[in-house]
Design a protein around this ligand. Structure first.
Ligand code: F3S
Length: 286
């Protein structure tokens, strides 16, 4: 049995950077509070909790003077203000690409544009970007068929959730183009997600089955699974190596491995190790 890894796959730059910052903070302080889950992966959160991480849902839950980690999605400025009011020590893991989207949204509003954020209204990253707008703003979710909440505006500035698909941005921009006098578009899509999706699509044409590894709460991992399913290649979604169904692996000569953008390296290494051990014990070649 031969194993081929999707390339690129696994942790994106922003999440890797944020988790490194969090690890450093945990080494320095015995307790670090994360505003929202720092990564969509239960095994990694469990590992970090053992080192002193405590996940809270609001700034009010952070004790006075506590150490607070801001995850890669970023937060609205109001949350930062509340934390400063509690004299919290901030460890800011906001991804630089998310920060850029926040800054562009702010600049557009300062220049008098009606800001449209294309993305999922309830997503923390979108809430964070929205918080940086100083004037009129609305969020358009491309997954919804009608954009009823868009009021008439002559000057519209667009930014988007970093994980948005390009087709979705094009769809909304085309919709707005014929309804405004001036349209300014800041393409804030991050290529990390698109590249991971393209790599798994390519891999699905080369292998007999793909193991996709990642949290069941991870939207980007779910998307990878859907891409493989749509290709017709058998797929198994696991969170950790011990979840692997060996009957599914039987009879497959070439196996692909892909991981979501929030799957830590150590989980992928464990899977590699277990597959390699099984290959050696069965005396397989490849
Ligand atoms: Fe940042 Fe892109 Fe990852 S925006 S958090 S590098 S998906």
């Amino acid at each position: 049995m031969k194993c081929i890894m999707a390339d690129p796959t696994g942790l994106c730059f922003g999440v890797r950077r944020a988790i490194d910052q969090l690890e450093e903070a945990l080494e320095e302080h015995c307790r670090v509070y994360a505003l929202g889950s720092p990564i969509h992966n239960p095994q990694e959160v469990g590992r970090l909790e053992k080192k002193g991480l405590e996940v809270v849902q609001s700034p009010q839950e952070v004790p006075e003077g506590g150490v607070v980690f801001i995850r890669a999605h970023g937060v609205p400025p109001e949350d930062l203000e509340l934390l400063r009011g509690r004299r919290a020590h901030l460890v800011d893991g906001t991804c630089p690409f998310v920060r850029k989207a926040q800054e562009q949204a702010r600049r557009l509003s300062q220049e008098g544009y009606f800001v449209v954020i294309v993305g999922d209204t309830d997503h923390p990253e979108v809430k964070g970007i929205r918080g940086h707008v100083e004037g009129n703003v609305t969020v358009i979710n491309p997954a919804l068929p009608v954009y009823t909440d868009f009021p008439p505006a002559s000057r519209v500035g667009v930014v988007c959730q970093t994980t948005l698909r390009e087709e979705s941005l094009i769809k909304i921009v085309s919709h707005l183009l014929i309804r405004t006098e001036e349209l300014r578009v800041c393409n804030t899509i991050c290529r990390a997600t698109v590249l991971r999706q393209d790599s798994v699509k390519k891999l699905s044409r080369e292998v007999d089955g793909i193991i996709v590894m990642g949290g069941k709460n991870s939207a980007n991992t779910h998307k990878l699974v859907q891409i493989v399913q749509n290709s017709g290649t058998p797929v198994q979604w696991i969170e950790q190596a011990e979840d692997l169904d060996w009957r599914w692996v039987e009879g497959k000569n070439t196996l692909g491995i892909a991981a979501g953008a929030s799957t830590p390296d150590w989980l992928i290494h464990e899977l590699h190790h277990i597959l390699e051990s099984s290959r050696l014990s069965k005396g397989m070649d490849g």
